[in-house]
Design a protein around this ligand. Structure first.
Ligand SMILES: Nc1ncnc2c1ncn2[C@@H]1O[C@H](COP(=O)(O)OP(=O)(O)O)[C@@H](O)[C@H]1O
Ligand SMILES: N[C@@H](CCOP(=O)(O)O)C(=O)O
Length: 320
């Protein structure tokens, strides 16, 4: 249940009116989600999502919300934050930072076929190009510096073989980040968490990307690797699915052809994507935050994915 802070219909109605979105006709708490309070808010003008941010601060939020606004303005199907008369898109409800965004049509496709991974690859490349001229900057807060900080914190919870893998993979990623090929990777705003549950589909038609609250500036290849590691991995085995991966990479490459450095570093960044989510899942699992709202995901899944990425590296030339 993802209503951590109650909002009354009258509070929601006055917010919707101040955003010029009409008169509230229905307010319904959204059950999914683990981070924020979310409501579907319907007015006589349309359907919206009201989010109260439970952990992110007034300082962090503008990067995410203005990125969504920028992408929506470029025709990328993402929730578009509504502005008030003064142009503000970050509001306050019940003492919490809040936003109202457009509601995406469709639902998550949790058992994707090649056609779905192709649609994600195509739209991901379009989103990267559309974000290239976004003028705010915030690093990916879950990138290499965070991995270096967090690995020593989670190591005591692992057995010897797991600890050896985690240490050696971190060393490999620190080394990779210092190579000329890595420095040559194109960068820009990335979603960084575009798993199956953060994309909407209506049948085979992709209707939107959402949940931008891990976004940041990072390499475009890292974003693609995160997608390949979720959309093109079988659950629960953690085994690479070649047909879906080919479909995703081909579709991405048709919109934005991969550079030589990106082709070279795809295997390393697939490992980076697996490492990132192994670390965060270990962290959430073993060190739940105070009054945690998180239902921890299984960390061993990304340990399996990482081992697979090391033992059976997938090269770009095998896919495109
Ligand atoms: N803009 C949107 N349009 C349609 N549905 C949305 C939108 N934003 C959130 N949702 C719905 O709310 C659920 C929870 O949102 P999510 O961003 O995943 O929450 P959390 O950040 O708490 O994990 C999603 O699974 C989706 O069903
Ligand atoms: N996708 C991550 C967890 C992030 O959760 P989200 O609900 O905010 O997408 C994982 O699977 O570990």
């Amino acid at each position: 249940m993802a209503v951590f802070t109650e909002v009354t219909p009258s509070q929601a109605d006055s917010l919707m009116q101040s955003l010029n979105l009409g008169t509230l006709t229905e307010l319904r708490g959204i059950e999914g989600g683990i981070e924020n309070t979310n409501y579907f808010a319907t007015t006589d003008q349309g359907e919206y999502v009201l989010t109260l941010f439970e952990r992110l601060t007034q300082e962090q939020l503008p990067f995410y919300l203005y990125l969504m606004k920028h992408l929506a303005g470029q025709g990328i199907p993402v929730p578009d934050p509504a502005a008030n008369r003064d142009g503000d898109i970050l509001h306050t409800v019940s003492g919490k930072p809040a936003a109202v965004v457009s509601k995406l049509a469709g639902k998550s496709q949790l058992q994707p076929q090649a056609v779905h991974s192709a649609a994600v690859g195509d739209m991901l490349a379009r989103m990267h190009l559309a974000g290239a001229d976004y003028n705010r900057s915030q690093p990916n807060l879950r990138a290499l510096p965070w991995w270096n900080e967090t690995v020593p914190v989670v190591l005591p919870y692992l057995d010897e073989a797991q600890a050896a893998l985690l240490r050696s993979e971190l060393a490999f990623q620190n080394h990779t980040a210092n190579t000329a090929a890595y420095a040559a990777l194109p960068r820009g705003p990335v979603h960084a968490d575009l798993f199956r549950d953060n994309v909407m589909f209506d049948g085979e038609q992709l209707t939107g990307f959402f949940d931008f609250y891990f976004a940041g500036v990072d390499t475009w290849l890292f974003d693609l690797a995160v997608c390949l590691n979720d959309w093109c991995i079988d659950l629960p085995t953690g085994v690479h699915h070649n047909e879906r991966a080919q479909a995703m990479l081909k579709a991405y490459n048709q919109v934005r052809p991969l550079s030589g450095a990106e082709r070279e570093l795809l295997p390393a960044l697939l490992r980076a994507g697996a490492l990132r989510f192994w670390i965060s899942r270990l962290w959430d699992y073993h060190l739940p935050r105070e009054a945690s709202m998180l239902k921890p995901h299984d960390p061993t899944h990304f340990e399996r994915v990482l081992r697979g990425r090391i033992q059976h590296p997938v090269s770009a030339s095998a896919l495109i």
